[in-house]
Design a protein around this ligand. Structure first.
Ligand code: PGA
Length: 257
């Protein structure tokens, strides 16, 4: 029996409060998925509403970012402790858009991961290589470095609360996905690296997601790759029909294990 699949919707800077409400009300009204864990990550503005709508369902809510400090003079920022008080379960950290557009370094991401864990939030840490890095055959080295830095000095007891999302940067929002053979190889590499770095027992519960142009057309195949515990979905998670289709596929792949 494998782990049930974990499907995370990253809505990025999309959906107004009313749009988020409409989507989530539909989502909670459809039959509960037995073989799935679902987390929706809307904008900060929609978190409270999303938590209210999803409270009675098994659907979890995540934020897309948090600040590394608890409080203070950080205009425009939101802390992990504030998210926890609200009732949020997950937080996406180190997304390539945060790294590229907002200058987040591995060191900052490591501090955010620690802050999230201290506040009982479960980090979904994103890692991924650029097209050039893949062309140069440096993708594994890059992923290993990003994982090592993000998890530096983390209490080993906390590893079970960590999810790592492998998202090749060139595949995000482009319609391109990693080939199945390359995907298999990368997840095997990540799994083996985690076992060698943290031991079999401690690393066993770290979940691994694939992200980057998952769609209703490729979900089943990508989610069926060995060691892939689920998916982080951007564009296709904004459309209710497409997202529901992906959830059905994830459920059926999970059930086959
Ligand atoms: P995408 O985004 O599914 O639109 O490629 C994934 C992500 O950025 O997490």
């Amino acid at each position: 029996m494998g782990k049930i699949k974990f499907i995370v919707a990253n809505w990025k800077m999309n959906k107004t409060l009313a749009e988020a409400e409409e989507f989530l009300k539909k989502l909670v009204s459809v039959e509960e998925k037995q073989n799935l864990e679902i987390a929706i990550c809307p904008t900060f503005l929609c978190l409270e509403k999303a938590l209210g709508i999803c409270r009675q369902s098994g659907i979890k809510i995540g934020a897309q970012n948090c600040h590394l400090e608890k409080s203070g003079a950080f205009t425009g920022e939101i802390s992990a402790s504030m998210l926890k008080v609200l009732g949020v379960d997950y937080v996406i950290l180190g997304h390539s858009e945060r790294r590229n557009y907002f200058g987040e370094t591995d060191e900052i991401i490591n501090k955010k991961v620690k802050s999230a864990l201290e506040n009982d939030l479960r980090p979904i840490i994103c890692v991924g290589e650029t097209a050039t890095e893949r062309e140069m055959g440096m993708e594994k080295e890059k992923i290993k470095l990003q994982i090592t830095c993000a998890l530096k000095d983390i209490n080993p007891q906390s590893l079970a609360n960590i999810t790592i999302a492998y998202e090749p940067i060139w595949a995000i929002g482009t319609g391109k996905t990693v080939g199945i053979k390359d995907c298999k190889e990368m997840f095997e590499f990540i799994k083996n690296y985690l076992v060698s770095a943290y031991g079999k027992e401690k690393s066993e519960n770290i979940r691994l997601l694939y992200g980057g142009s998952i769609s209703e057309e490729n979900a089943k195949e990508l989610l069926g790759v060995p060691n892939v515990d689920g998916g982080l979905i951007g564009g296709a998670s904004l459309d209710f029909t497409k997202f529901s289709d992906i959830l059905d596929q994830a459920e059926s792949v999970g059930a086959q294990k």
